[in-house]
Design a protein around this ligand. Structure first.
Ligand code: NI
Length: 170
């Protein structure tokens, strides 16, 4: 297993716009397996490359069904949301945002265009919880965190709390 440290807010890498991937080689393959290992170790249901300090457009998501089925993941390279429909509100958390979950309003149904591990173009339409996960992870590639959708008050309370925690660690 190849594990990497997950960066947390307010690390500036989390705020960068990730670069598009154009080379589909062995080093991309190994970055992908590191991300999958790191996601399951956390454990999480999704991970974006900037979260381990690689500012490139790559996400991995868990697609295993519940009830103890074998872990199954999916890789999306250069993903973009091309269609959105409806609204849903769901509870979100993030491996890069410690000690916080909150309700976030997202699209109910999304279509995502992306490239697979071989560089082949693919398209996926999905809804409900999986659509939330995809919107959350793709946001990471644009430097957006779920706390950006909270009220100014909630967000500033959270920033204060994190500042305190960091100061206490020094
Ligand atoms: Ni996240």
């Amino acid at each position: 297993m190849n594990l990497r440290t997950i960066l947390t807010f307010p690390n500036p890498v989390l705020r960068q716009k990730a670069k598009e991937i154009s080379v589909f080689d062995d080093s991309l393959q190994s970055l992908i397996s590191t991300m999958i290992d790191t996601m399951y170790d956390a454990p999480g249901v999704g991970l974006a490359a900037p979260q381990i300090g690689e500012s490139v457009q790559l996400i991995v998501v868990d697609i295993s069904k519940e009830d103890g089925e074998e872990q199954k993941s999916m890789v999306m390279i250069n993903p973009t949301i091309t269609e959105k429909e409806g609204k849903q509100v769901d509870e979100e958390g993030c491996l890069s945002v410690l000690d916080l979950t909150a309700s976030v309003k997202r699209s109910k149904k999304v279509t995502v265009c992306y490239q697979d591990i071989t560089g082949e173009k693919q398209e996926l339409t999905t809804e409900d919880r999986f659509a939330v996960v995809l919107q959350h992870e793709i946001d990471h590639l644009n430097g957006i965190l779920f706390i950006d959708y909270l009220s100014t008050l909630k967000r500033s309370l959270y920033k204060k709390k994190i500042k305190k925690t960091l100061a206490a660690k020094k």
